[in-house]
Write a protein that binds this ligand. Structure first.
Ligand code: ZN
Ligand code: MN
Ligand code: MN
Length: 324
């Protein structure tokens, strides 16, 4: 069966609220509180940029998403051609046409980058790539940038690794305008840093401009790192612990992934929503958690025929309790 196509809906275009109707349109700089789904949950997916970066916006709209993630260029090369100026303009036009708030768009960093690398050449290249990616974000009108903190490769301590990561972030913050760097929690696989919330906090503590720091919590990574989201109140417990150890003000996004591995397995293996060891009840808790209002909730699941992103977004919205 072919994936069902959503009918294209007209989004209300920006109207600077002359009638003082603050319910419908936020003042500039304020995050949109209600979306086309009529709720405060912004569910979307990581979309491709093949054929032009602006196409990401239409892909998101076509799958019924209200937020999205994207890469900013090829995942294979350290040095990329400069961002094409007309492509960047088209991207901004598409975003404003479909009334996307930049707070609901979460670019994902290159997988080549390791800002915690003990190898001097890799660290230098990673630091340069971070600067390049943040500049691309500002050219695209984006305000958040999500990346994996880094890996010690087992040859330096976690503490030394977090110092390197903070050095790269401080350098990038100096070189680029006000984009917020968003650290992602990791699964604890191998020698990656960021599986424990305390490691994310250790990085943030070493950054000079903490107003430009954020965190994206990946549900698969958290579960694999040992947070049992399937336990009664597991989602709330994880957020409470995050609040105590890091601070909820830093929470800028969620990656919504089920997990192929069991709790505490430390494996970074994403599964489709409801098909892994996390399961539907935990995702129902997430979709109904008020502390996750107005931030992007992004799918990075494999997808399978008949259960692609569009169907998974639909499923997640169906878990939202409208009576609340
Ligand atoms: Zn990631
Ligand atoms: Mn992720
Ligand atoms: Mn992952």
């Amino acid at each position: 069966m072919a994936p069902k196509k959503r009918e294209t809906r007209k989004r209300k275009t920006e109207d600077p609220g002359e009638d003082g109707d603050t319910e419908k349109e936020p003042r500039s700089g304020e995050v949109r509180r209600r979306n086309i789904r009529g709720c405060s949950k912004y569910i979307g997916a990581h979309v491709g940029i093949q054929g032009g970066i602006w196409k990401a916006v239409d892909s998101c709209v076509a799958m019924g998403g209200t937020s999205f993630a994207l890469f900013l260029g090829s995942q294979r090369s350290w040095k990329r051609p400069a961002l094409d100026s007309s492509a960047a303009d088209k991207f901004r036009e598409q975003c404003s046409l479909h009334t996307f708030d930049p707070a609901h768009i979460l670019p994902h960093g290159s997988y080549l980058m390791n800002c915690g690398s003990p190898k001097e050449d890799v660290f230098e290249k990673s630091q340069a790539l971070l600067v390049d990616e943040l500049s691309r974000c500002s050219r695209l009108g984006l305000t958040l940038y999500n990346f994996h903190p880094g890996s010690s490769l087992g040859t330096i301590t976690t503490e030394e690794c977090t110092e390197k990561i903070a050095t790269a972030i401080n350098h990038a913050h100096q070189q680029t305008p006000a984009v917020v760097t968003v650290l992602e929690n990791m699964s604890g696989q191998g020698s990656t840093v960021g599986g424990k919330f305390s490691e994310l906090k250790a990085i943030i503590d070493k950054v000079r401009d903490q107003s430009r720091m954020g965190v994206c919590l990946d549900t698969c990574h958290a579960f694999a790192a040992g947070y049992d989201l399937t336990a009664e109140g597991g989602v709330k417990a994880m957020l409470d612990e995050f609040d105590q150890q890091v601070g909820l003000k830093y929470l800028k996004a969620i990656h919504l992934n089920d997990s192929k591995g069991k709790v505490g397995c430390n494996l970074d293996r994403h599964e489709d929503i409801g098909k892994g060891h996390i399961g539907i009840p935990a995702f129902r808790d997430i979709v109904n958690e008020p502390r996750l209002d107005n931030i992007p909730l992004i799918l990075e699941t494999p997808g399978r025929p008949g259960f692609e992103y569009a169907e998974q977004i639909e499923l997640l919205y169906s878990l939202f309790d409208k009576k609340k």
